[in-house]
Design a protein around this ligand. Structure first.
Ligand code: 57M
Length: 357
């Protein structure tokens, strides 16, 4: 909005020129999202409490979670609201990538909201049926991927560290993009099981894609770095900046001991946004590194279930893997902060692929 109303005033005063710059708008999108989270956070958490939207903790999990019963959940609605508001204020709304990303983020958020609503408000333990939830996620991601494909989106997939290895997936890019988006959405959901465990790596991953979007969208820099140039995708750094700000703001309240949980409304939408950023900046495979924590959490579940079905034995004391460390006796904050440290290292590693190839 500011881009429309304030940048044209540059004719009258050069100071308004700053509103054309992606870097400037990205920084202020992050600051706005952070500020809004601080202002709206306490109010919305209080509302969640009055509506009695408290978490029902499973009784078969690690015992230290029992005291978390009743913590307000669905706090992800704050993240969603704050990201969308900040993007509306600072984004260039004529950019179609911004709308595709907003569509996926809000779409996944609605699916998560319905799931949370069934669990928390209607008090039905299982929430949305797994199949229904999955099909709805595939539908949202499918619309976005198909839209990109129809609009001649680049269907070549590159491999980090290998400059000359790439594959043109052509039409198969659509199911591939759906896999990336839905996979990311569910992986973040599985990670969201300790205070700040999902939102910490989410800050790092959004910040990394904030940078990558800017670089891919800048013709000269992209050519210099020999990375794929995607015209106009730089605008997504404004969105990713808003995600960084909103996630930092949420961490303020979600850090151990948490005052609020994000719920599926938060985890599914943030994960979906991350997957879509990976797709639209053409860093799909790199997401395995940037979102390495989410990948490992998801793989721990796949291996645990696979092993149990095939051999009747468990690999981990409990999956996802953060429960394994809890049962081994690590204090919760230690697990959380160590996972954050790993996510910082992974982001640095991912950024290094810009040069090591
Ligand atoms: C949601 N939800 C948290 C909160 C959060 C297939 C199976 C591995 C699925 C998995 C599962 O259901 N995962 C998805 C995980 C829950 O958090 C809520 O859910 C939202 C995210 N969707 O925002 O609203 C609990 O996590 C804790 N929490 C915090 N701090 C936070 O900031 O402490 C969450 C956020 C909260 C709170 O206790 O209640 C969750 O873990 O349920 N299932 C599991 O993770 C279960 N694992 C399992 O059954 N493993 C088996 C097999 C199937 C692989 C095995 O290892 O043999 C465990 N989850 C729990 N108890 N709670 C097991 C037992």
């Amino acid at each position: 909005m500011f881009y429309y109303f304030l940048y044209p005033l540059a004719k009258h005063h050069t100071i308004f020129n700053v509103f054309q710059y992606i870097t400037f708008r990205t920084i202020y999108a992050a600051i706005t999202a952070l500020g809004l989270s601080f202002v709206l956070g306490p109010y919305l958490i209080a509302r969640l409490k009055t509506f009695n939207l408290g978490e029902v903790v499973r009784k078969d999990g690690p015992p230290n979670h029992f005291s978390k019963e009743g913590t307000p959940t669905m706090g992800g609605a704050i993240i969603l609201l704050v990201v969308v508001l900040s993007v509306l204020l600072w984004g260039n709304l004529s950019n179609s990538y911004i709308w595709v990303l907003t569509f996926v983020t809000v779409g996944m958020g609605i699916i998560g909201f319905i799931d949370d609503y069934i669990k928390v408000v209607m008090k039905k333990k299982g929430g949305l049926k797994a199949r229904t939830k999955f099909l709805a996620q595939v539908a949202v991601a499918g619309v976005a991927a198909y839209f990109l494909y129809r609009n001649h989106f680049n269907t070549i997939v590159t491999i980090p560290f290998f400059k000359d290895v790439h594959f043109n997936l052509r039409w198969a890019y659509v199911p591939f993009a759906v896999f990336v988006i839905v996979g990311a959405s569910n992986a973040v959901n599985l990670t969201d099981g300790l205070d700040g465990l999902a939102i910490g790596p989410m800050i790092m991953a959004s910040a990394t894609y904030m940078l990558l979007a800017y670089l891919s969208g800048h013709l000269k820099i992209a050519n210099y770095l020999h990375i794929m140039h995607v015209a106009n995708v730089g605008e997504l750094s404004v969105f990713a900046g808003a995600m960084v700000g909103a996630s930092l703001g949420f961490l303020w309240f979600n850090t151990y001991p948490a005052q609020v949980f994000m719920g599926d409304v938060g985890s599914l939408s943030l994960g979906g946004a991350l997957g879509t950023l990976a797709v639209m900046t053409k860093n799909e495979v790199l997401l395995l590194i940037v979102g390495g924590i989410f990948v490992v959490e998801a793989l721990s579940v796949i291996f645990q279930v696979g092993s149990f079905k095939l051999t009747g034995k468990r690999i981990f004391a409990m999956a996802p893997i953060h429960h394994h460390y809890e049962l081994k006796g690590w204090p919760e904050p230690k697990i959380i902060v160590r996972f954050w440290i790993v996510s910082i290292i992974l982001s640095l590693l991912a950024i290094s692929t810009l040069k090591i190839r």
